[in-house]
Design a protein around this ligand. Structure first.
Ligand code: FAD
Ligand code: DHB
Length: 393
């Protein structure tokens, strides 16, 4: 099997890259270890920055997003039993965010790719990447227990944090930056009318973080801080609702109606970047190259931003023979990546209870910072412009 760009992974990064390459007249094949059904049902992120929405719409992949996505002009920060609205649109020159599930983006991109006659090999696991120093790299993969090879001109590693691509970069040529957090998120999808029109990021003095998001007028998505090693069996539904009630409680009395929980899972929190994001003819994009804790809602947006840069670089390479943009790919992306790393770390540090904060010093800093964000226009603008996504970084 042979193609111009071999893409490993059918998450937002791999699928969007394939879509953009098709539009640029560049051939690609996508290899995905999971089934189509699995990737279309995997519940993950939900917030699209304005730039991500623009990218999907401008490339004719945003039709359903425009119909079903929920546009939000503000978010609420809640602490000490009181809510405070951050008017995102007002503070960011008219920009907004759109709540639209990651798996909906994935479904739309798969449908568009298959309708255009493009190739996505599901249930196909990449096992090794060879020859990235040469002009004929190869991806070895397993499909239906048979070993096969994809011969390419370039390889795009879009296979997430646990994929094979990052490990194919020579250890001597890269440096990794890593930070773990002493907590995780328990996320649920519930059949419940959202209790608020806008997202609520809440910090409770003793219990820590909770987030109220949504997917539709009848489906809510909620998260709460938990221990990283906590088994799901310790979280029966009534404990989850009780915990959420306490963390979102306000002086005026805030109520969650509750409802059947359709899905639950625990997500570890980590910050990670590998530099550079490229070696020879292997280019990493999305979670394969960097991870952020989800508090800033940046993971999926960074994945889309990377492949926008990468697709343009491949377009130039095949249109004119110049590899100028391919050579600057990593440096260009890393500027946005580090901004998002900082913002995500900052939001995470401000809104979670740190189990090692025995004397409460860190907690005092967090409350002071939250008060500053809700009282200073400069501080609120910092939050708003990073949250909706900076246009230049
Ligand atoms: P992925 O979406 O991970 O896609 C990688 C794809 O590669 C997958 O389909 C995988 O099956 C495939 N793959 C892996 N290895 C191979 C292989 N060897 N061969 C072939 N295919 C392979 N972000 C937020 O902003 N908010 C959230 O609430 C949030 N929740 C998350 C929950 C979880 C459990 C996880 C893991 C991530 C979450 N994120 C969240 C982050 C966000 O979902 C990611 O940043 C985003 O999915 C990155 O897209 P990607 O395409 O780079 O990687
Ligand atoms: C969602 C996830 C996030 O990580 C976040 O910061 C906001 C919303 C969500 O799944 O809707």
């Amino acid at each position: 099997m042979r193609t111009q760009v071999g893409i490993i992974g059918a998450g937002p990064a791999g699928l969007m890259l394939a879509h953009l390459l098709t539009r640029a007249g560049v051939e690609s094949v996508v290899l995905e270890s999971r089934s189509r059904d699995y990737v279309e049902k995997r519940v993950r992120a939900g917030v699209l920055e304005q730039g991500s929405v623009d990218l999907l719409v401008q490339t004719d992949a945003g039709e359903r997003l425009l119909r079903e996505g929920l546009i939000h002009h503000g978010i609420e920060l809640r602490f000490e039993g009181q809510g405070h609205r951050i008017p995102l649109t007002e503070l960011s020159g008219g920009r907004s965010i759109t709540v639209y599930g990651q798996q909906e983006v994935v479904k739309d991109l798969i449908r568009i790719r298959l309708a255009a006659g493009g190739e996505i090999l599901f249930d196909t696991e990449a096992t090794a990447i060879e020859g990235i120093d040469s002009d004929r790299p190869r991806v070895r993969f397993t499909r239906e227990s048979a070993e096969e090879t994809l011969e390419c001109e370039y390889v795009a590693g879009c296979d997430g944090f646990w994929g094979v691509s990052r490990g194919a970069l020579p250890a001597s040529a890269v440096r990794a930056y890593d930070r773990e957090y002493p907590f995780a998120w328990l996320g649920i999808l519930a059949s419940m009318k959202p209790a608020s029109e806008e997202l609520i990021y809440s910090y409770h003095d003793d219990l820590g973080f909770a987030l109220h998001s949504m997917r539709s007028p009848v489906i809510s998505r909620l998260y709460l801080q938990c221990r990283p090693d906590e088994p799901l069996e310790e979280w029966p539904d009534d404990r989850i609702w009780h915990e959420l009630e306490m963390r979102f409680a306000t002086a005026e009395g805030f109520e969650l109606s509750g409802g059947p929980i359709l899905e639950k899972g625990v997500t570890a929190m980590r910050s990670f970047v590998v530099e550079p994001m490229q070696y020879g003819r292997l280019f990493l994009a999305g979670d394969a190259a960097h991870i952020v804790p989800p508090t800033g809602a940046k993971g999926m947006n960074l994945a889309l931003a990377d492949v926008k840069v990468l697709a343009e670089a491949f377009r130039e390479r095949y249109a004119s023979g110049s590899d100028r943009l391919l050579r600057s790919y990593s440096e260009t992306c890393l500027r946005r990546v580090w901004r998002a790393e900082h913002f995500s770390w900052w939001m995470t540090s401000m809104l979670h209870r740190f189990p090692d904060d025995v004397g409460g010093y860190q907690h005092k800093l967090q409350i002071s910072q939250l008060r500053y964000v809700i009282t200073s226009k400069a501080a609120a603008t910092t939050l708003a412009e990073n949250y909706v996504g900076l246009q230049t970084v």
